[in-house]
Write a protein that binds this ligand. Sequence first.
Ligand code: NZQ
Ligand code: ZN
Length: 386
Amino acid sequence: MLDFTFYNPTKILFGKGRIAAIAQEIPTDRRILITYGGGSIKRNGVYDQVVAALAGRTTFEFAGIEPNPTYETLMEAVRVAREKNVDFLLAVGGGSVIDGTKFIAAATPFEGEPWDILAKRARIQRALPLGAVLTLPATGSEMNSGAVVTRRASQDKLAFMHPLVYPRFSVLDPSTTFTLPPRQIGNGVVDAYTHIMEQYLTYPVNSPIQDRFAEGLLSTLIEEGPKALATPDDYDVRANIMWCTTLALNGLIGAGVPGDWATHMIGHEITALHGLDHAQTLAIVLPSVMAAKRDNKRAKLLQYAARVWDLTDGTEDGRIDAAIAKTRDFFERMGVKTYLRDYGVSADAIPALLAQLKRHKLTRLGEHQDIDPAVSRVILERCLAP
Ligand code: NZQ
Ligand code: ZN
């Protein structure tokens, strides 16, 4: 096992009706800015529960944080936070609202140009405290210190991480997810699946705890994901998915093991240039990365094939091919298409995607830093069509 530091201060309030508990988590004298997206929370009763929980408190609102939250929109929220002297942020929504709120938390007290937090990794010394009410299980943002923000004007989709932006608490009430459209159920499962794979499918470092934990999470998504589409009113299915997606990216399974993250980095460029949903890009890129890096990842691919898909017969290459095919088939069963062609993106798009990777200095990706632009080209070519 590799050396690691594990730190995760986020308190999780899990279960039906837990939104009411936010009252105890936010000090009564705080000036709270409630942030949310395009209005799903107004249609499913989550907004009403938040407002009821915070009755009598000083609250302000900022609505309209879009999927793949933009710097342009978030800077409007920073202006509101500064103007109203806000000293607590409450994000209510999916990963985009929570990520966007982390940026607002860091940008509000930041002296200088807040875009530098993303583009130049400028040092953050302070951040407003934040809490979250999660309504879309997918990103793990509710229990991690990362955030991804897009600058619309320059088509940059960049991430930052900082311990000061861990949510102080996150409410995970599975019943808030009943109103998710099938597309977002599928997206959430594929995103979390890929988070696990990026931390698991590298090379062995004798880490049986992380491996067994990752395999358990993958198997849970394979079992529960299709049930969420088939029986959307099943609370237990929603609960299992919600806790699984949080554990997929809260630092636990990634501690002490190498990480890949090439699929995410290439996927972010596809979203930046072509507007695909985050998880759609992962469903396209992950099977290609598995195939293109099969030699480096051979030992873990065989372990994945055997333990997650029960593939133990035949040649090594046959088992690896079957495991990649099963992965792709699972994403398709979750309603997420796995080729660029399915989204109307053709081979002409590849040069611009490679140029974006170079511009963002993403030229040494993967657990061995050996995914250079030539390998990224091979990966993207495999993404085009069967
Ligand atoms: O905006 P509203 O009206 O709320 O609607 C949203 C949005 O349209 C809707 N939705 C959310 N909860 C709902 C609901 N609709 C009905 N019922 C509910 N309960 O779903 C749509 C998508 O929401 P979004 O927040 O964009 O999705 P997701 O949670 O998948 O977040 C994606 C973003 O997270 C980033 C991605 O890059 C992307 O920008 N990521 C963040 C990570 C992190 N912080 O660690 C890691 C991930 O790898 C990822 O990169
Ligand atoms: Zn992701």
